[in-house]
Design a protein around this ligand. Sequence first.
Ligand SMILES: C[S@@+](CC[C@H](N)C(=O)[O-])C[C@H]1O[C@@H](n2cnc3c(N)ncnc32)[C@H](O)[C@@H]1O
Length: 378
Amino acid sequence: MKVEIDLRMATGDGANSYATNSRLQKKAILETKPVLQEAIEELYMSLASRSTMICADLGCSSGPNTLLFVSEVMSAIRNYACDQEMDNRHAVEVQFFLNDLPGNDFNLVFRSLEQLQKYQNHIVGKENPVAPPYYVAGLPGSFYTRLFPGQSVHFFHSSYCLMWRSKVPEDLSSGTYLNDGNIYIGKTTPPIVVKLLQEQFKQDFELFLMLRYTELVCGGRMVLTFLSRKSDEMLMHGDVGRMWELLAEALQSLVQKGIVEKEKLRSFNLPFYAPSVNEVKALIKGQGMFNIEHIRLFESSWDPHDDSDAEAVLDCDQSGESIAKSIRAVIEPLIMDHFGGSIIDDLFLEYASIVANHLKKGKAKYPVVVVSLKKAIH
Ligand SMILES: C[S@@+](CC[C@H](N)C(=O)[O-])C[C@H]1O[C@@H](n2cnc3c(N)ncnc32)[C@H](O)[C@@H]1O
């Protein structure tokens, strides 16, 4: 597997696309809105008149969430300028870069920009606040490489992306160590495999911080939101580890039915790692390139359509189906590349039923970490 080529969300805007099935990720953007607002206000205030504020969304994907990021930043600026009674003399312009891997459906993003423009015009027309002009460009490439000139960016945002690794650790992809029918960390995963994935996260995250540090202007900010773990323990009821363990169970059941070859499953591992908050803090502090302005863990139901606080699941079968759809939109291209497209419908039918069964024990929630960082002065 070559992550830079193979990792992409389901393209287009059809029934199984990421664009249609990304309500879970949208909830995270809305949950972290106050953190984004605070960072944007501080940056906007610090800009000189007639300057350009450069903002980049790393791992933008395609669909409504891509546009939501742009409108959240613009509305934070408008509201702030309005509250401060700033007038057009401040005259800041905003340049957005929407980044993702080259396989991302950038065409869908570009086609939907007109819709965004209409929406922005409508808002501005209605409230008549100060509305800085903004420009949007697509930027293909891995965020584990340099993407911008040194000291050129004011604000980096990334939501639901940094749990993806730059690669499956070599000793795992080469078969030196095996993961015993798991696709991520499961109950039977050997400790050495856990260590390899942990190490890969450390390497990737430190590289990411170093690259962004170089690209940010003095005083530059980042808001990063990604899947996490509630404790330093590896597997808990609602954690993302359990969710992948259930997908591995669905694959194992297709092996038993003779639909998937055992060898194919043995050689499939996700380029993924969800760190605990302590791991995240330790790496940021250890590297010393950023000050942590804010860090918080929140939880989000596995079911993208469940907004209730109740601990019980009302309809396990329906929730199982919604969860299977949301995971399918994220993982379908990776699964197809490795196992072939013919297993997809069977796999996610099986998965929905395994998840429904799991939910009988109670609601499952993903832990999500949001961290707001400011470039440190040395
Ligand atoms: C679950 S989607 C989240 C998309 C969007 N931010 C949202 O909140 O809906 C994760 C995105 O991260 C992108 N991604 C993963 N690794 C990446 C990398 N190394 N460089 C750029 N994008 C990456 C994937 O291609 C995918 O579009």
